[in-house]
Write a protein that binds this ligand. Structure first.
Ligand code: NBP
Length: 478
């Protein structure tokens, strides 16, 4: 018997993906650099389906039906290159290598081009949902050629999460690095979403004076409404959790330094290259860096803050509703920015990504799954080329309704000295986009003054320079 698909790399992700495939009736070849891991896998899970264990990469290739489909689930970076080299040596033209790790999309572009020259398909695939998702249904974002998707798509759609309407959370994203690019932005949005949630908690705690258990209840309530999402749901769980050792709130004994593995940073670095303003994601990445800057924080701890540090109780009662509005509005902005980065990447690399389809495959399986993604999908369905989801009537109405509360929350945060970089960056982005005129005009004037960088006028075509050091008359540029 031959396997329909193979998985090499049997750590948590690869193992669960292989089990998921087998549970859906697909015979799976399994391989791992250290063979002991393959043997342990068969011992533990061998009865869950049809597995063909392989001790060598040659045996792994031999056990796959043609054209071969081989999924790599190893550490991103050099290990992935090493496994690709080994696999490519034993595969034949027309075979497919799927990289399901968290690769940088530029690496995926390079690998795809190199393997294409050898007649092999390389399918850089974003997989979201962690360990749990890999086993029970992740959100899957495959890149690569149309031909490869035809051969792989049905298998991947089979094991993907299903949205509430039953559609699989997997679609062909676009050529070469498109899948890993979209996965990267997904993670960037996840950073922004978590930062906003953390700010909402911080304000309820340190402006309104609520206890973690009370805030957990508020989040539980929010999860019944338009904010319903996996992240809001688990926020309630984490805030309600009591530390066994101290008997106090779990959140109070966790060191307040957020770590990161890199996909948020990549999202921002890439956005800088593309000129895509993702201020909400950037603030989230910087907020994690700031939290981890222990020496800096220790040095600055004694700096003066405002005297009054709590809301009075009447204002405190209304505050949770205001924070809900600010959170929803800021979340709309963060997602709008992320989707704009996807559109910018798609234009730059000619990927033809359908943003609405990305919203659709994030509705299940992944960390940012949320009711609200249905709305984003609808916004792009009604106009696939819309410059921003903010102008969709659902979102523009919500922002209009929320803005008074949103402004109160940002000003309360500033007055009471509670940092809310995500909320305020989102509001500033909203106001900047709305503005009739931006002070960028003054910046252009300054650039022309000190560097003769020229400017364009609002009333006629062309570029101009003012003779600042002379009689201050204007001359055409160039
Ligand atoms: P790890 O990222 O911890 O990688 C461990 C696997 O890589 C083992 O199978 C190991 O083999 C293999 N490996 C290494 Br390390 N170097 C190798 C080499 N030079 N040649 C061959 N194999 C090598 O596993 P993971 O946490 O399951 O994640 C797999 C991928 O999925 C990663 O890219 C990760 O970023 C991505 N991802 C993870 C999650 C998550 O929640 N964990 C979610 C989404 C995506 P060995 O057994 O012989 O050491």
């Amino acid at each position: 018997q031959q396997a329909r698909i193979g998985v090499t790399g049997l750590a948590v992700m690869g193992r669960n993906l292989a089990r998921n495939l087998a549970r859906h009736g697909h015979p799976v070849a399994v391989h791992n650099r250290t063979a002991a891991r393959t043997r342990a896998f068969i011992e533990e899970f061998g009865d869950e389906g049809v597995f063909l264990p392989a001790e060598s990469i040659q045996q792994f290739a031999d056990s796959l039906e043609r054209p071969r489909r081989a999924i790599i689930m190893v550490k991103a970076g050099a290990p992935t290159d090493a496994v690709i080299d080994e696999l490519a040596a034993v595969l034949e033209p027309g075979d497919m290598i799927v990289d399901g790790g968290n690769a940088a999309f530029q690496d995926t572009r390079r690998r795809e081009a190199a393997l294409r020259r050898r007649g092999l398909h390389f399918v850089g695939t974003g997989i979201s949902g962690g360990e749990e998702g890999a086993l029970n249904g992740p959100s899957i974002m495959p890149g690569g050629s149309d031909e490869a998707y035809q051969a792989l798509g049905p298998l991947l759609e089979d094991i993907a999460a299903k949205a509430d309407d039953g559609t699989p959370c997997c679609t062909h994203v676009g050529p070469d690095g498109a899948g890993h690019f979209v996965k990267m932005v997904h993670n960037g949005i996840e950073y922004a979403d978590m930062q906003l949630i953390a700010e909402a908690y911080d304000l309820l705690r340190h402006a309104a004076g609520l206890r973690p258990a009370e805030i957990a209840e508020i989040f539980r309530g929010w999860n019944e409404g338009r904010l319903e999402s996996y992240l809001i749901e688990i926020t309630a769980e984490v805030l309600a959790h009591t530390d066994a050792a101290t008997g106090g709130p779990f959140v109070d004994i966790v060191l307040d330094q957020a770590e990161q593995k890199g996909t948020g940073r990549w999202t921002v670095q890439t956005a800088l290259d593309l000129g895509a303003p993702v201020s909400g994601i950037a603030e989230a990445v910087f907020a994690r860096s700031l939290s981890g800057s222990a020496e800096l924080r220790a040095a600055a701890r004694g700096l003066p803050g405002p005297g009054e540090t709590w809301l009075d109780s009447a204002a405190g009662d209304r505050f949770a509703d205001d924070v809900e509005q600010a959170l929803y509005a800021s979340k709309i902005v963060a997602y709008a920015q992320g989707f704009n980065e996807i559109q910018a990447g798609s234009a730059e690399y000619d990927w033809g990504i359908d943003p609405g389809a990305m919203a659709a495959i994030w509705r299940g399986g992944c960390i940012i799954r949320a009711r609200f993604l249905d709305r984003i999908k609808e916004a792009y369905d009604s106009d696939p080329h819309r410059p921003t989801i903010l102008t969709d009537p659902h979102f523009s109405d919500a922002l209009g309704d929320a803005q008074a509360a949103w402004r109160r929350v940002v000003s309360t945060a500033a007055e009471l000295g509670v940092p809310a970089p995500g909320f305020s960056a989102a509001l500033a982005y909203y106001d900047a986009l709305r503005a009739e005129r931006l002070p960028a005009a003054l910046i252009q004037g300054l650039r022309d003054y000190f560097g003769a960088h020229t400017y364009r006028r609002t009333d006629r075509e062309g570029s101009f320079h003012t003779l600042w050091g002379g009689d201050r008359s204007e001359v055409p540029a160039g």
